[in-house]
Design a protein around this ligand. Sequence first.
Ligand code: AMP
Ligand code: GLY
Length: 441
Amino acid sequence: MLFPNHKSSVTNHLIMNILLLGSGGREHAIAYKLAQSKLCTNLYIAPGNAGTLQNGINVDVKVDDFEAIRQFVIEKDVEMVVVGPEAPLVAGIADFFANDSNLCNVMLLGPSKAGAMLEGSKDFAKDFMLRHNIPTARHQTFTSATLQEGLEFLKTMPAPYVLKADGLAAGKGVLILDSLEQAQDELKLMLDGKFGDASAKVVIEEFLSGIELSVFVLTDGHHYKILPSAKDYKRVGEHDTGLNTGGMGSVSPVSFADKDFMQKVEQRIVIPTVKGLRKDKIDYKGFIFIGLMNVKGDPYVIEYNVRMGDPETESVFPRIKSDVVELFEHACNKTLDQANLSIDSRTAATVMLTAHGYPEKYKKGDIITGLDAVKGSLVFHAGTARNQNFNVVTNGGRVLCVTSLAETLPQALLQCYQEAEKIQWNGKYCRKDIGQDLLAL
Ligand code: AMP
Ligand code: GLY
C-alpha cells in the first residue's frame, strides 16, 4: 500500500498526469521536484524551456490560452494543474476550471480570481490587511479624480516616498522617490497612465526601513504549511545598486528569520491571512508569497503574491524533501493538515546568470557551453531555448540559475560560483555578492 498510515483523501493511484504552467527558472525548479514524485507519471510543461525538457514534455500552449489548456487537459487526461506565474491566476484560471463540467474535477493548484486579487490589486491587498489587522505600512489610495488629495497627502509623509501602481505592472510598478517634488510629478504621471490601466489607482505608502525576506505559505484555504523562507536580490548591481530586475539570486533559509521572528510571522501574518481569506469567503488553494520587511525585529507585509517567487523557488524547492505531488494533492483536497512537510536543513544558494544588458536591452540566441561540466550543483533554466542545431541558446534576460546546497551559506555560495564559471556564453553576467549581506549581519 502506498500510504500505510494515511487517513486522508489523497488518491492512491500510481499514475498521474500533471500539467505545469510557466516557462521560467521557478517552473524548472518546480518541474524538477514534480518529476521526482512517485505519483507523477507524465509531466507536461506549457510552454516550458530548454531545461524543463529534462523533467517532462514541453507543450506549445500559452499560459493565458485557457481554451487550449482546456483541450490539452481533456486530451491527455491531466489530473493536476500547477500554475507557476500570476497572470493566469489573476485572469481567473481557477474559476475557469471550476465552472467547466469537464475540468471541475481536475486538481488545480492556484487561487480563485478573487484570491489572486491579493497580487492583482495593491489597493485590495491593503484593504485586506487593514480589515484583518495584519501589520503593513500606513497608506492611502488615489485616482485621477482625487489627484489633488494625493498631492496634499504626499506633503504629510516623510521622505522617501513609496508610490505603487495598483495593478500588475510587470514588476515595475513600485517607485521609491527621495524628493517631494519627484513624488508629486510621478503621481501625476502614474495617474495619467504611465503604467496603463495598472496605475489608474495609485497606492501611496509609508516607507519601511529594514531588511526584506520572502515567506512562502502553501494553503488549502483552511490549513497551511509554511515553506522555507528565502531572500532574493533584486537589483542588477552589486550591493543592491542599479536597476531593479526579476531577481539576481536567492538564499534559503534567511539567517535573521529565526524561530522567534518566524513565530511573529506566523501569529501576526500567516494565521490572520488564512483566516481572513476564509472570513471573506475567498476560495484559496495554492501558494501565498508574503514579501516582508523586518523592521527592528517586527515583520510588516510589503506585498502579497499569489505564486512562488522567482528566483526564491530555485532555493526553496530543492530544500523540500517531501513528495510535492502529495503535498499539492492535500492542498487541492483541503487536507493539508494531514500532509507531511519535511525540509532539508542545509542552506541553498542560487546565483542567476544573465545576458549582458539585462534588465534593459539584451541579445538572444547566444550558444551556451559547459552545462554538462556542472556536477555538484543544480542548474535551472530561466530563459533558454534550443536552436535548429539543438544547441542550448540564451532566450531571455535571466538565462540560467545555479543552485547549491551545503551545510553553510559560504560553502553553498562558493560552490555556486565555482560551478557558474564552467558555464559560458558571450556576455554572461552574474552578481558576485549574493548572500554577503546576510554573512555581514
Ligand atoms: P513590491 O512590488 O511591492 O514588492 O515592491 C518592490 C520593492 O519596493 C520591494 O521589494 C521593496 O524593496 C520596495 N518597497 C515596497 N514597498 C515598500 C515600503 N513600504 N517601504 C520600503 N520599501 C518598499
Ligand atoms: N522574487 C520576487 C518575485 O518573484 O516577485
